[in-house]
Design a protein around this ligand. Sequence first.
Ligand code: ADP
Ligand code: MG
Length: 287
Amino acid sequence: MPDGAKTMIDPDTMLPGIPQTESPLRVLALANQKGGVGKTTTAINLGTALAAIGENVLVVDLDPQGNASTGLGIDRRTRSRSTYDVLMGEVLLRDAIQATSVPRLHICPATIDLSGFELEISHEKDRAFRLRKALSALNSGLGEGGYTYVLVDCPPSLNLVTVNAMTAADSILVPLQCEFFALEGLSQLLKTIEQVKATLNPGLTIHGIVLTMYDGRNNLAGQVVEDVCGFMGEKVYQTIIPRNVRVSEAPSYGKPVLLYDLKCVGSQAYLRLASEIIQREKRLRAA
Ligand code: ADP
Ligand code: MG
């Protein structure tokens, strides 16, 4: 773990006052400090798939690059209220949320301002709890129409923004790209998750590992799947997201792939992943 992260995960910043209530809202953070592994693509398309099967979904864009916001069709000019303002405590999360072209799918967009968050907030005692606080009021007054899933799209770094996501989350979902170095960095990520669990968020679990960009023509890909399953066992979702050009084309139209081409293998895989996640959720709750 980087030195900076140690001070962020300081038990001294614990806020014992935040209740952990039983609510139907599940907060899943998509985290992996590697860039380009499919975090944002999964946030957009898993979010869409969950909404398509009836869940009320909020995507929280925590990457200053704002790719999830762009991919869901939110113009940069309309991002006057963003996750930065929410984490700084200047705007209520609810007031920063925007609708997308997908029914039941909303987003809190990100702007480049978010890259300054860590420095600006480093002396505040509650610096790791900003997202958790913002989410705690999300469903109040919404009744039956409240959100059931929040997907947090993390930046490619184990910084304070990611720690905020892990502190706010019920579970972590780790996208891993099917490539030679897939497992590299995973132990550091797992260590950070353990540290957040030990200090800031005792209820935190790993929901699962989703293998992305699988290319069956590549001999190595099968070996990578075997290695990851050997290392992470049942945590690996059965659904593997294939490499599919339709998936990579969709964001340039500001659309999830499920709207761009519902029949393509990428869309179908994200629909399967959504139902697998809901099944796993049911088992977790029953346990
Ligand atoms: P991250 O958020 O982890 O940095 P992205 O989701 O932005 O990763 O994905 C990185 C790149 O890979 C993007 O250009 C995206 O369009 C592409 N990509 C992601 N998943 C797939 C896929 N299943 N098939 C083809 N391209 C993909
Ligand atoms: Mg991303």
